[in-house]
Ligand binder design. Structure first.
Ligand code: C5P
Length: 244
């Protein structure tokens, strides 16, 4: 995979701003991320719009419901054009399998030439700490819980996981070379941390085993998003990282 295919630009903003950012990034970025704020405000048509403009779209809705619902939701999201989507690992094996099935069926029905969409699992939200995990009845450590849910995703034959840059190395060892490991919390050298606390540079995250980097504000809040995107690409290329 070439490096430009590894950067996913998170558009966490209102629809008009997202459209304008997409125009400014057209011809540069390959991937855009539509999270729940934008998706629920703009409807699945925003995914179709971005696809028509030539982007790959990562739809990050973190699905979590009974298997029947999640199968339907994954199917709807893929029918809208998603190339990658998220589900909560904590939804259990049957739910994860249902997501994979819904995605696969909608992709086949789509009948286009795109690669099979990737279904990836969120393990433990990085907003959770050990105490908040205990509040919902999980007494084991965060790392143990991340490992348990990553194994479950693997058993359900999902394509990978979302992980913090700090978790990426252990997960790469656990899940093997082909898994998608999608990492937010990435900040270029010298960039503002915003509200992220444990960040890594793009090169560090790739070195740790990430396959894709989700980067929002360092690109979307820059005076010139296209130049900010180029600067990140240069930072990766000049680091000589040799990611998988
Ligand atoms: O602007 P920034 O680069 O911080 O955006 C990071 C993106 O990754 C946001 O869309 C955020 O929702 C997402 N994310 C995150 N931390 C997680 C999971 C997702 O920052 N643990």
């Amino acid at each position: 995979m070439i490096n430009v295919e590894r950067i996913i630009v998170a558009l966490d903003c209102p629809a008009d701003e997202a459209r304008s950012l997409a125009s400014r990034l057209a011809g540069k970025a390959r991937w855009l991320k539509v999270g729940m704020t934008l998706y629920y405000a703009a409807s699945p048509s925003i995914v179709r719009e971005f696809k028509e403009r030539g982007f790959k779209v990562f739809v990050d809705l973190k699905l979590h419901d009974i298997p029947h619902q999640v199968r339907g939701a994954a199917s709807s999201v893929v029918a809208a054009g998603a190339d990658m989507l998220t589900v909560h690992g904590a939804g259990g094996l049957a739910m994860l399998r249902a997501a994979a099935k819904g995605s696969e069926q909608a992709w086949q029905a789509r009948g286009d030439t795109s690669e099979r969409p990737k279904v990836i699992a969120v393990t433990v939200l990085t907003s959770m700490d050990r105490a908040s995990l205990a509040q919902v009845g999980v007494e084991r450590s965060i790392n143990e819980q991340v490992t348990l849910l990553a194994r479950l995703a693997q058993e359900a034959r999902l394509d990978g996981v979302v992980a913090s840059p700090q978790e990426a190395r252990a997960l790469r060892t656990l899940l093997g070379p082909n898994a998608a490991i999608v990492t937010p919390g990435v900040r270029p050298q010298g960039a503002s941390q915003d509200d992220q606390s444990r960040t890594a540079t793009p090169a560090e995250a790739l070195e740790n085993g990430a396959s894709h980097l989700v980067i929002g504000r360092p690109i979307t809040a820059a005076p010139n998003p296209a130049s900010a995107f180029d600067a990140i690409m240069n930072e990766i290329e000049s680091n000589g990282t040799n990611p998988r």
